[in-house]
Every structure is written in structure tokens, then in C-alpha cells.
Ligand binder design. Structure first.
Ligand SMILES: *Cc1c(COP(=O)(O)O)cnc(C)c1O
Length: 468
């Protein structure tokens, strides 16, 4: 146990010293060779939530910040309902359905299918069609509110409708919001910012799909294309904003707003589960599969879920074999300072939203004690899962989203490698939740492309229902 000072406060570091961690050789080898793994998190702590509640963690997280985010989203709900009529039926709240899914028996190794398998359909989130409609939109609203209060055309407790007015638009149009993204974050932040009247600058990495750039340009955004990967795009965006005070940069690697915007999902899912009469307990724990890029979305949702359910929920981080950046950052104890390039991995994957070679500074060390395990998946199993979701359940998932289903399949079939020296991923009997993080805005030709790739992997004797 060491001690470390932060902001003048002496805090005891309660976890194992990250600087002295050594990644087990068998795990390194599996990562280098892109072999899918399913491992427990040796740095998980059952007492993490209570330690955080007591302020006893060096890098604490605040449940009160989730409550603040919930309250802010409620204040903005009338504005959202006005700007995006498709949200009117939900009173201006941006939320997605939760439903159960069918998986063909052939794809499961034993009786694990007996417990319900639920899918959280973030591809159906209004406005942006992906999980980024949670954190991204929240971060824009938080900034708009701060500016409007500062300038005085909005007062605390006042009428938020003024934010839809001409005066607000004129004011916001002198300012820019910028973001770096592999695609979906830019879509959610770009669409929301443009709707309020801000100028929008998006820096896109080489992994960003062309159709996402087209949609953004259509929404009025300036799209800056980068030859390099996400890490390069975000560095360029940050430098640009530092040099120009009219630009507010929403930093995916360092943003508490994004994180707490995502975390709001925890309590909302809990209400949906209650509505479906699914009860969660120590005996009947919920296992959630969360696709992970920089870690903001899965990290925030993990914190939201743990705040609600404590150890009755198990949160599994899902990453592509070519970009296991959260796993690697935690196991090395170097967090955002680690980069999977060191392993000879390039981060290239069909799961473009997860094509991230190193993770968020804000998130990684903070969620480390909360995460229960890590699963990596290869592109073939992602595409196969995508086809199963589509054919059996009529769910349109983009590859990043389908990785949650791939991880679940892999875990239930026991096919993820569990290298020597690392705890295995303990299996639990309760319900599973596949967080299907996006796909709502994927154009038809893109969908056909990934779907036919997935179908070809199923082969002739696919076990798919006849006539489909
Ligand atoms: C961004 C994204 C993720 C991962 O979120 P991070 O905050 O980058 O970890 C997962 N799925 C989809 C579809 C995404 O767009």
C-alpha cells in the first residue's frame, strides 16, 4: 500500500500498486496472437463501491454526479422534445428499449440458455442511433447550460425553452464544439450541437466510415479527416481547441460529463428490468456485456449499474482482439499510458467504434476496481453474431454492438481462452444482458455488406430458420 497526494489531500491507495504489475506471459502471448480470451479482472474489488462512497479511493467516482446528470437531463427534456419530435412520446428523454432475444440452441454449449438473455437496444436510441446519444448529448447540454447561465439569458430554475430561441442560436453560433471520433460520438455531439446552433468541428480517424462523414457534413459539421488512428485524431483536436478559445473541445479521453451521462443508464435499466419482472439478487446476478472503445460508455454504465445493484451485477468489458486496450491498460497498470501497438496490434477491426489503441485517462483507473472481467472477440465471431441478431431477432446491430453478443456466445460456449496465471471469468447462472450499442443509423448498403459477411460465416447448414 502506498500513499499519494492529489489536490493537496493525502489518500491511501487501497489497490495493488499498479507500477509493480507484470502481465502474465501466457496472456501477453494470447493478446499478441489475437486469440480471443475470457478472463476475470484480478484488480476487481468487492468493496470498491463502499470505498468510493466513503471517499476512500484515490480516484473516486461520485454517485451524486449521476443524480446531477439525471436532473440536468430532466431540465432539458422539454427542449429535447421540441428539437427532436421523435422523443415526444418519451417526454424528451432519450432512452432505448430492453427486450429478450432468441439464440439458436446449436450455438450454445450447454443449458446456459435457460436464463433469460436480454438485449439493450441502443441502436434504437433517438437522435443518434447509438450509445453515444447518452454521453455525447449530455456533454453538449451541460456545456450549453453552463454558457447560457454564465451569460445570463438562462437563470437557475428558469424556462429552458429560451435555449430553442433565436437569441440563443445567435449566441451559440459564435462558438464551436469540437470532438474527435471514430464516428458515432461525432454523430451524437454533431447533431445535438448543430441543433442548438453551435458550429461543429469533428476530427475523424482513418477508421471512421465514409457514411458517417457524409451524415455529419449534411448536418452542417466541418469534418477534418486524419490519416492516422484515433489517438492521432484526438491529439489534433485537442491542440486546435487549445489555440482557439471559441472552441469547446469535448474530450473523449478525459470527460467526466461523458462518463456521468452514460452512467444515468444504470437506474433506467433497473426500472426496465422491474417492468419486465426480472429480479436481480446475489443468487440471481445480472451479467452485462459492454462493448468498449475508450471506455467512457462501458465504464459509465458499469458505475451506474454498480451504484444500483452493487455486486448483484457483473460487468464484462468486451473488446476486439486487435484493440484490447482496456484489458491491456489495466493488466499493465499503465492505464491510458499503455497502447496495444506495443503488442504489435494495429487496432483495425470491423467494429469501428471499438478501434481504439489506448483508453480514457479519466475512466480507466477509476473503473478498474468495478469491472468483473474482460472478453476479447475476433471479427469473424462479431460478424456471425451480427447475422444471428438480425436473422433470429430482427435486430440491426452494427459490428461494434454485435461484439456484445459475440462475447456472450463465446462465454456460454466456453471458447474464450483463459491463459495461465490469470483468473478465469466466473460463470453465473442469472440473466445476461447484451448491450447492443448501435446500428440505428447504419445505411442499408452497409448493413447488407456486414450481414452477408456474417451469413457466409454461418455456412450452408447454418441452423437459421427456413425461408429467411
Ligand atoms: C463508442 C462506441 C462504443 C464504446 O464506447 P467507448 O466510450 O468508446 O468505450 C461501443 N459501441 C459503439 C457502437 C460505439 O459507438
Amino acid at each position: 500500500m502506498g500513499s499519494e497526494s492529489m489536490g493537496g489531500r493525502e489518500c491511501v491507495r487501497t489497490d495493488s500498486d499498479p507500477a509493480s504489475r507484470v502481465v502474465p506471459a501466457a496472456l501477453l502471448e494470447a493478446l499478441r496472437r489475437r486469440i480471443p480470451v475470457a478472463v476475470g479482472n484480478p484488480f476487481h474489488r468487492d468493496d470498491a463501491m463502499s470505498l468510493m462512497g466513503a471517499g476512500d479511493f484515490r480516484d473516486g467516482l461520485q454517485a451524486t454526479a449521476i443524480a446531477d446528470a439525471e436532473a440536468r437531463l430532466r431540465r432539458f427534456a422539454p427542449v429535447i422534445a421540441r428539437l427532436f419530435p421523435e422523443t415526444e412520446s418519451q417526454g424528451g428523454l432519450i432512452e432505448s428499449p430492453l427486450r429478450s432475444v432468441l439464440v439458436p440452441d446449436d450455438f450454445i454449449h450447454d443449458g446456459t440458455s435457460a436464463a433469460p438473455v436480454l438485449a439493450k437496444l441502443d441502436g434504437e436510441l433517438p437522435v443518434a442511433g447509438s450509445i453515444k446519444a447518452r454521453g455525447g448529448i449530455y456533454a453538449v447540454l451541460a456545456w450549453a447550460e453552463e454558457l447560457a447561465l454564465r451569460v445570463g439569458f438562462l437563470s437557475v430554475g428558469g424556462d429552458y425553452d429560451v435555449l430553442c430561441g433565436e437569441r440563443a442560436r445567435a449566441f451559440f453560433s459564435d462558438r464551436a464544439i469540437s470532438v474527435a471520433s471514430t464516428g458515432n460520438l461525432a454523430l451524437s455531439i454533431g447533431i445535438m450541437s448543430a441543433k442548438l446552433g453551435f458550429r461543429v468541428i469533428v476530427h475523424m480517424s482513418r477508421d471512421a466510415k465514409e457514411w458517417k462523414k457524409t451524415l455529419l457534413r449534411r448536418a452542417g459539421a466541418t469534418v477534418v479527416e486524419h490519416e492516422g488512428d484515433y489517438v492521432e485524431a484526438i491529439a489534433a483536436a485537442r491542440a486546435e481547441a487549445e489555440a482557439d478559445p471559441s472552441i469547446h473541445f469535448i474530450d473523449d479521453e478525459n470527460s467526466p460529463e461523458l462518463f456521468y451521462g452514460y452512467a444515468v443508464a444504470g437506474a433506467r435499466v433497473a426500472r426496465q428490468l422491474e417492468g419486465m419482472s426480472v429480479s436481480i439478487s446475489e443468487e440471481n446476478p445480472l451479467t452485462v456485456y459492454l462493448p468498449c472503445g475508450v471506455g467512457g460508455a462501458p465504464g459509465g454504465i458499469t458505475f451506474g449499474l454498480k451504484t444500483r445493484y452493487g455486486s448483484c451485477v457483473r460487468c464484462i468489458i468486451v473488446e476486439p482482439v486487435s484493440a484490447p486496450s482496456m484489458l491491456y491498460g489495466v493488466f499493465t497498470g499503465r492505464y491510458d499510458g499503455a497502447n496495444v501497438n506495443e503488442l504489435g496490434l494495429d487496432g483495425r477491426t470491423e467494429a469501428d467504434g471499438l478501434a481504439v489503441t489506448s483508453t480514457s485517462r479519466f475512466v480507466t483507473r477509476r473503473v478498474e476496481p468495478l469491472v468483473d472481467g474482460f472478453v476479447t472477440v475476433d471479427d469473424d465471431s462479431v460478424l456471425l453474431a451480427l447475422a444471428l441478431l438480425d436473422e433470429w431477432n430482427g435486430i440491426r446491430a452494427e459490428p461494434s454492438a454485435a461484439s456484445a453478443a459475440a462475447a456472450w456466445l463465446q462465454t456460454s460456449r466456453g471458447t474464450g481462452l483463459h491463459p495461465d496465471g490469470v483468473p478465469g471469468l466466473s460463470t453465473a447462472s442469472g440473466p445476461s444482458m447484451l448491450w447492443l450499442t448501435g446500428g440505428g443509423m447504419m445505411p442499408d448498403d452497409q448493413r447488407s455488406r456486414v450481414l452477408s459477411l456474417g451469413r457466409s460465416l454461418l455456412g450452408g447448414d447454418s441452423g437459421l430458420p427456413d425461408g429467411r
